[in-house]
Every structure is written in structure tokens, then in C-alpha cells.
Design a protein around this ligand. Sequence first.
Ligand SMILES: NC(=O)c1ccc[n+]([C@@H]2O[C@H](COP(=O)([O-])OP(=O)(O)OC[C@H]3O[C@@H](n4cnc5c(N)ncnc54)[C@H](OP(=O)(O)O)[C@@H]3O)[C@@H](O)[C@H]2O)c1
Length: 263
Amino acid sequence: MDLGLADRTFLVTGGSSGVGLATVRALLDEGANVATCGRDADRLGRIGTHDRLFTAPCDVRDAAAVREFTRRAVEEFGGRGGRGVIDGLVNNAGQSRMKRLDETTEDDWRDELELKFAGVLNPLHAARPHLRAAAGASVVNVNAVLAKQPEPRLITTSAARAGILNLSASLARELAPDGIRVNSVCLGLIDTGQWTRRHAAAGSGRPYEEWQAELAADRGVALGRLGRADEVAYAILALLSPRASYITGTSIDVCGGVGRGIL
Ligand SMILES: NC(=O)c1ccc[n+]([C@@H]2O[C@H](COP(=O)([O-])OP(=O)(O)OC[C@H]3O[C@@H](n4cnc5c(N)ncnc54)[C@H](OP(=O)(O)O)[C@@H]3O)[C@@H](O)[C@H]2O)c1
């Protein structure tokens, strides 16, 4: 099935690694124009070059920098009919904070809430006029099953994720009159830089595959393995597609059946 993404323009935050990078690649494969950012210019440079790819370093917590990144992306791709059009926004940039209550400082709480909320609101505010111009745009917030199934060892991230899921539902209603759909993907354990960094930090010397399999078993992943970034990208592309024109205000879990509750 043709997803109808060719020649459309998408912004993906945090596209230099993991889920963001897989999404950037999948969109380029579909013939879309893609603008992406990350904080580290060298990592962004390692994505490589492509006619339809625009990259620029930008921290999503910095509203002015996000506005400038968006302006340059719109300028790069020109838009349709003389209007600066963005057909979709993927709010993906971020990371989690592995801390329990007693290890969590006031600054940790502030930083985590800022990253999660600014990571959605700054790109949304910057892109909104261009999304409106698309008349049928889609926003996808990359979230976590932690939003619905909190873990005490990730207490700030779980709470912030729940807030973002709630915010997404409000945004879906608020932006529907402008023809902008808003949905989320809620991730379980996905094999990306986040987990390779944790494996390295654990310093156990155990092979990564073995460490990962035990992690999946410990967390109760029904499919018995971590997910791949491209498996998340497919779900994101499905929600970005104009084929999903009647889907808004909802979330798709991409988690291999983690946990035992009804999500
Ligand atoms: N992997 C999982 O198991 C999992 C589970 C649940 C949710 N998630 C969420 O899924 C998203 C993607 O995670 P991932 O696993 O693909 O992570 P990753 O491999 O570490 O990639 C994160 C990307 O976001 C960028 N980034 C981080 N902070 C940023 C900031 N303040 N401004 C701009 N860019 C920023 C990073 O680039 P720079 O470092 O250069 O800025 C990188 O491109 C994150 O929001 C994460 O919390 C992941």
C-alpha cells in the first residue's frame, strides 16, 4: 500500500540516533522531505547526505533555536503553492532518567519535566502555522508505556510521560479544527543508544545480546526480546500517513506485549 508520504515534508526531532534515525530513514525511503535535529552536530553529520534531508543542531528545550530550525527547514523545502507547509511533526527527541524517589533531586524533577514538555510544545508552536497550512497534518509524540505503567526506578520519567500522554489528548481536540491530528506511540524496551549506553555503564563485561535477553525477561516482555527502532518507525509512518486521516487522540503501544495489565 502506498502510504502517500512522497513529496511531503516532515520534521523529526532527535533524528541522529535510534528511533528518530530509523524514522528519518523510513521517510526518506518513502520519498518524503525530512528535517531533523539533535544537539550534537557530529552525530547529525553521521546520518549522511541526501537530496531530501535537512539537518541542523538544535536543542528542543530552546524555543528560539527550535523556531530557527523550523524556519530554515521550511525555507529549505519551499512548501507547496507558495506556502510553507509541514505535513507532519514527530516529537521524538529525549531520553529517560533511571532514578528512584530518594535519588531524585529538585533539579532532576525540573529538568525531566522541562525536557518532556518543551520537547513537545516548542516544536509544536514553531511548526503550527505550517501544519495548519497542510490541511491534514499529523503530529506523533514518541512516548513510553511508562505513561500508563509507571516504574518506581524511573519515577520522574514515568510521571512526565503520563503528563505528555494527557497533553496529547488535549492537543488532539484543540488542533482538530485546524485539520491537525495528534497521536502517540508508547514504546516498551527498544534497542537503541539508550540501552547500549546503559550496558556500557553497567560494565559487567557480559555480551550485549545476553544482557538484553535477560533485561527483556526481567521486564516481562511477552515477545522475549527488545524491539528494533525500525519496528517503531513503521508505526510512526502509519500515523503520519494521510491514510490515517480518521485517527487522532489515540496511542499505539510498540512494546512487544510488555507487562500483564490491559494497556
Ligand atoms: N529506547 C527505548 O527503550 C525507549 C523507551 C521508551 C521511550 N523512549 C523514547 O523514545 C525517544 C527516542 O529514544 P531512543 O531510544 O531512540 O534514544 P537515542 O538513541 O538516545 O536517541 C535520542 C535522540 O534524541 C536526541 N536528543 C536528545 N535530547 C535532545 C534535546 N534536548 N534536543 C534535541 N535532540 C535531543 C539525540 O541527539 P543528541 O544527543 O545529539 O541531542 C538523539 O538523536 C526518546 O524520547 C525516548 O525517551 C525510548
